[in-house]
Each structure stands twice: as structure tokens, then as C-alpha cells.
Design a protein around this ligand. Sequence first.
Ligand SMILES: Cc1ncc(COP(=O)(O)O)c(C=O)c1O
Length: 412
Amino acid sequence: MQTLVKSVFKYGKGIKLINEAGEEYIDGVSGTFNLSLGYDHPHVVGKLQEQIGNLSHMSSTFTEPYVTEVLDQLLEYAPQGIDSGWMRDITGSTANECAVKIAQKYTGADDVVSVFMSHHGQTQFTTGLSGNAFRRKAFPNASAANHLHVPPPYCYRCHYKLTYPGCGFQCVEAIADHIEYGSSGTAACMIIEPILGNGGNIIPPEGYFRQLRKLCDEHGMLLISDEVQTGIGRTGYMFASELFGMQPDIITLAKGLGGIGIPIAAVLMQSRLNVLEKHEHSFTSGSNLVSLAAAKATMDVVSQPGFLDEVKLKGEILGSLLNELPMKYRCIGDVRGIGLMWGLEIVDEEGAPDVRRANAIIDAAFSDQQLILRGSRYGFGNVVKVRPALIATDDELVEIVERLSSVLAKVG
Ligand SMILES: Cc1ncc(COP(=O)(O)O)c(C=O)c1O
């Protein structure tokens, strides 16, 4: 178990947290990957102060013009065919529930397919939808009968012990069997993260999403891309769906959309899927004006010319620095990532997941190096994640890897 020594943090500056004693900690994971623009981005802070000064909240009966402004910004960058949206959620969990409601209402089918090791949220429904059982313990309602979990595109530890590309995408082929024998016979949708974030930064191989799209079409299922972690520039692309040529019917967003940690979510879709009535999916704080101001200001920054190109370049720098580590430290079995979304798979001498060592690395990074990292509880728990805010400087990326390297020298 990770046992981070608690420090009372009082301030956030750029990608750093500062405690009462004035000590600075580098946040190598941008909160829980939601502080896309760090702790105090001036443009976002300014816009929030302005909005709070004017009007913090009103009923969603009146917020449509504000919602439309944000949706227009998002839809300008959305993959082809995605031209409509819904913004009555403040968390990724309920945004995913919204997407599934849409799919079920539109198709008239019940079942929902997701992959092992996925994470789609922590409401009862999304806990059941997520592909790992440990959070379901003690909650019988989180095990809905219409959730169908299938093997993930995890080539490093292939479920079928096959090797890409000779595997023939067995992990996609097998889904048809799961639907035929494990479901009511029809499925409304498949939901998947373009990169399995909490599952261990698992990146599907080239061609996976083409196969998956084909399978969804053959079975009349909608394809939902859960971009709660990958969306809004995390991979160097506004949407990772675009990077992978995924062609989803629906995209869900949260986390990074709020820029400096302000809660906000969105569901983007093809307009034919805009089938929900307002009373079917609305929350008291949905389309809150402060949240919308944060999303708009975040989009102002991330859509500035050159911003995403910078993220891509920073991703290359971070990736090449991290890829040097396995040559020095044998406990690193795999380094994988894109943009500013990286994970190091920590293994023992036999190559098996080494959870104890992964947690020891995270603990030592915090206590010895004042570096905040996180692990992958939804996977095997042995992936150390490195995902700084998109505004991290090149020097800060170097500093993160140097501190991590010092930890590995001791713990690895
Ligand atoms: C991919 C993914 N989807 C959904 C969620 C749930 O989002 P929230 O915690 O805002 O409900 C998370 C949270 O970690 C996530 O990583």
C-alpha cells in the first residue's frame, strides 16, 4: 500500500505544490491528471475571478448560451461527424453514464461492453462498468448483469499469450463470442479509453481501433471513447480519438477540461444521437457557470496556435528521457506513453508485476525527492505514472526524470 507522508499544501504554482514550510513539491501527475494547465494558470484564474464576480450559478434553464460557447470550441476540434454535445455533468462518471443512456435509448439494446482494467468512474453503474472487480466488493448494485467485460489490448501482457501483429487481433475477435454467449444477444455500445489510464497506461496497437470500429458496426453497437483522461491535449492532440483514428460515435470528457481542477464534464456525439430529454440526465450543478468559464478559458489556452505542437515536442523529450531509464534500472519492464501521458511498468527478476517496488518508488519519490507520482491500481498496480501538466517546461521535465532516476538508484 502506498503510504505518502502527508504534507499540508497551501499554494499551487505552475506544476508545483508548496507546503506550510515553503517547501516545493513537483507534481509529476497533475493532481489526478486533471490539472491540465497546472495549479494557477493566469488566464483561467482571471476568467474564473471575472465569472464569480458577475454570476456563479443559475439554473440550467438559462445557461444554454454559455454551454453553446464551450461546445462550439470543443466541436471545432472533435473528430469528423461529432457535431453535438451535452453539458449537464460535472464528473466523468456521470458523463459516461450519460453516454451509455444515449446508446441504450438510441439502439434499444441493453448490454454494455468494456475491457478488463478499464476505469470509467465510481458511481454504482460506472464501478460495474469498469473492468476491475476490486472496487465492486461490498456493493452488489455495482455488478449489473448487462455489463460485459472483455480482454484489453494489452500487448505487453497479452491475455491470449499472443504477439502483435501475428495475433490477428484476438482481443477484438473474441468480443463477438462474448456478445453471443455472454450477453442477451445484443449490445448497445462498447466503451473504451483510447489509452487505458488507470489500468497502466496501456496503449492499443496500431490497427486495434479500426478492428473495433468494424466489430461495433457489425453488431450495431455505438463506440464510446472515454477521453476523461486523454482529452484536451494530454496526448498532444485535442482528442486521442483523433490520434488513433478511432471514429467514435460519442466522446466523454472531464478532468483536464477544467484546466486548473475545476469540475466539469462534457459528452460529445453525432447529432443523430442527441436523443435525451433534459429530465433524463441533469444535475443541480450541471452547466454551472464557473465550471463553464473554466472550460472555456482552458480551451482558449489549449487551442492557441502551436500549443498542442509544444505538447507533442515535450512528449518526445519526456519519452526519450524515460526510455533511457530501463538501460540503467532492470526493474523497468516497459516504458510506454504518448504526449504527456507516460507509464513505467515495474517488474521483478522474473518479469512479473512488482507492486511492492512500484509503491516503494512512489513513496520514496515523495519523501526523498519531493516528487509526486501515482500508481496504477486498476491494472496490476505495478505501473508508475508520469503525467505532468501540459504547461510543464522542458527544464521541469528533465528535473522530474532526474529525481525519478535518483529514486530508482535507491529503490530500483
Ligand atoms: C478514464 C476515466 N473515466 C472516467 C473517470 C471518472 O471521472 P470522475 O472521477 O470525474 O467521475 C476517470 C477518473 O479517474 C477516468 O480516469
